[in-house]
Write a protein that binds this ligand. Sequence first.
Ligand SMILES: [Zn+2]
Ligand SMILES: [Zn+2]
Length: 309
Amino acid sequence: MPTLLSPEEIATQAGSEASPNRLPSPRVFAGRAERLRSLAPGHAMADFLAFAARLAEAQQTLLDRRGPTTPPDEAQLRRCRQHGMPPLDAHGAALPADWMAVLHDLATTVVPHAPTGLKNAIAALPDFPEERLAALARAILRGDENLSNPVELALAPLIGASLQVLWTAAALGLATTDIPTGFEGGQCPACGAPPVASIVRIGDAGHGVRYVTCSLCACEWHVTRIKCVPCQNTRGIAYQALEGASGPAHRAVRAETCPDCQASLKIVSMETDPAVDAFADDLATLSLDMLVDEAGFQRAGRNLFLFLP
Ligand SMILES: [Zn+2]
Ligand SMILES: [Zn+2]
């Protein structure tokens, strides 16, 4: 027999429909893995994309096992909403107690599939000093890691993947209405991390609605189209795409460039290809980053499977 919704339930549902924020799908990593697998064959980075697919698959297994994390208490959530602070702030956060276990689980699962250049470093993870791993994880959360050591460089995507599992589990513990609104900028309203890219989704009315995808917790926040995400400028925004030998290559991905702050953030479109994933399609179009870099723009997106010295 159908039951009536309480006034609180009605308010929550209305709130979530109106919210400019989206929580991640509980199957987000499985979706990424599938997209990465489909992008790998014939790609110049085929081995790495296939490895990234394995890593995303392992992330999904751990996320399923972990389930949504208990959210911060109601008073804390209210304070965050009132002051526009991310409730899962990544910058100054302590690492969850079982972080190291998540990292080691990922390493054990993916090491047989790792490309030659990464295999030895991942296999040697248990011998790597824990304090250095934790320092590296905190630096990645703050976005100021300084990677010149080749072993740290090889381990960084694995550390990034473990942090994604923890923050996505935490995001899944929230309700959409727990996330502050009124943001159209370059920081995730749920965790404060930078975006990986933006995505045009098909809205209820059938037209494209643009969201920005968080590089860490996979939440998404709405930003109007034709607008620079880092600086909010709307003038002189331009788009660059990859040209293949026979016409446009990777048609669903373009780089949105801003003449004011010289930033470039990718925009992937479900209108062009319903299977796109902001994270996976970003990783598969690094040649587009080189193109916009040569034109004088700086990459604003952050991909936690990709670290450069
Ligand atoms: Zn986030
Ligand atoms: Zn800008």
